[in-house]
Design a protein around this ligand. Structure first.
Ligand code: SF4
Ligand code: SF4
Length: 383
């Protein structure tokens, strides 16, 4: 099949996106050995790297959309080939040409929804603060202690609204002076960026930054590791620096400073799953575990593939918007691991992980054994 982009263009685009590192690849294959795809089907990042370094990538192929940006192969690569940056560069070319294989096409609807309504879920911007109906949640005003930024999934998704509500309950119980931006909040843009829509990401980021500055925001509390990652590591490209804290860190801090008191027992065996963008990409492994360990009666179980070796749920890099066939879902493997570990609860701290685990739970025969919980939902039950 002919390529829609010529090889020189492919090489140039990869180069301008930090892809020069491609050249240092010596085809050792370590990336393929650690990639979660090779647990469910064949996929070779090594091959993609090789083809791209010669400008031979088939831009219309499904393969360039497979990487979940989980971060596992870059941490193993002996030549510091920045596989994620280069892979995203290939998606940018495909996006520019409007070439999307069938299972990637939902990205078009997602992009249109992000442009029109500021969220990827085709939901009305006006309804963005509805999750807080009936709760003591104020609009953010300058001088408040912290801005709570729940993000798109917690604002709209019926399952994840419960997490936003649990978070608000925790903050109120701890006496935190917080507010939300409600309808003024936009998607953080992290995942659409990894899906190759760089200009759309920039637009969302600029609008958010302007809103933060106009409203006097200094410190931002987030629920999603994807919001955390982009606010902390990518928004500084726009020469801004807000203080960013993830809810797992904040809960740990609130408990340690005596602002949040654990009053009840939670007599269950809980396995904690490290989300890629909280753990591998940002090094936050201990705080969620330490917060859970403060709960009397709770037995914390470790899964295989934990901490920096964590098994991706399959939702990063825009994959949350693409259909992954049954038999190829990493989250099914994770659910099985939780069941094997005897966990009654599989806990995590990321909206994509929860979405994928809940789907797996529905489709797996023995999944009744493990409930899926965000750590805020567990904390809410014991304060
Ligand atoms: S691990 Fe690095 S050097 Fe080895 S094949 Fe993969 S990209 Fe190339
Ligand atoms: S970042 Fe993760 S999903 Fe992507 S190629 Fe590397 S190991 Fe595979």
């Amino acid at each position: 099949m002919d390529n829609v982009a010529d090889f020189k263009e492919i090489i140039d685009v990869i180069k301008t996106n930090g892809g020069d590192a491609f050249k240092s690849c010596y085809q050792c294959g370590l990336c393929d050995a650690v990639c979660p795809w090779n647990r469910v089907r064949k996929f070779s990042m090594r091959k993609l790297v090789r083809e791209a370094s010669f400008g031979m990538t088939e831009i219309e192929s499904e393969e360039i959309w497979r990487c979940t940006t989980c971060g596992k192969c870059p941490q193993q690569c002996p030549r510091d080939v920045k596989q994620i940056d280069s892979g995203v560069a290939l998606r940018r070319i495909a996006t520019e040409y409007g070439v999307f294989p069938a299972h990637v096409r939902p990205i078009r609807t997602v992009s249109a929804s992000l442009m029109g309504e500021g969220n990827p879920l085709n939901s009305d911007r006006k309804k963005r603060r509805d999750w807080a109906d009936g709760l003591a949640v104020k609009d953010f005003t300058e001088g408040m202690e912290i801005l709570y930024f729940p993000g798109c999934y917690l604002s709209y998704d019926p399952r994840l609204k419960k997490v936003a509500r649990a978070t608000a309950a925790i903050l109120n119980k701890a006496g935190v002076d917080f507010g939300i931006l409600g309808t003024k909040e936009n998607c953080c843009g992290e995942s659409i960026r990894k899906a190759g829509a760089e200009e759309l990401y920039k637009r969302l980021a600029r609008e958010n930054i302007k809103t933060f500055i106009d409203n006097g925001v200094k410190k931002i509390l987030v629920s999603s590791p994807h919001c955390y990652h982009t606010f902390k590591n990518e928004y500084p490209d726009f020469r801004v620096n807000f203080e960013i804290i993830h809810i797992s860190q904040y809960i740990y801090e609130l408990i340690n400073t005596g602002r949040l008191e654990i009053k009840k027992e939670y007599k269950k065996k809980v396995a904690y799953h490290d989300p890629c963008y909280l753990g591998r990409h940002n090094g936050i492994y201990d705080e969620p575990r330490e917060a859970l360990k403060k709960i009397p009666g709770l037995e914390l179980a470790e899964l295989p593939d934990s901490r920096s070796d964590s098994l991706c749920c399959g939702g990063g890099g825009g994959r949350i918007w693409m259909e992954t066939p049954k038999g190829e879902r990493f989250s099914d493997i994770r659910m099985d691991q939780a069941v094997q570990a005897g966990a009654q609860v599989l806990a995590t701290s990321c909206p994509y992980c929860i979405t994928n685990f809940e789907d797996s739970r529905l489709s797996l025969e023995n999944s009744e054994a493990a409930e899926i919980k965000d750590i805020t939902e567990i904390i809410q039950e014991v304060i």
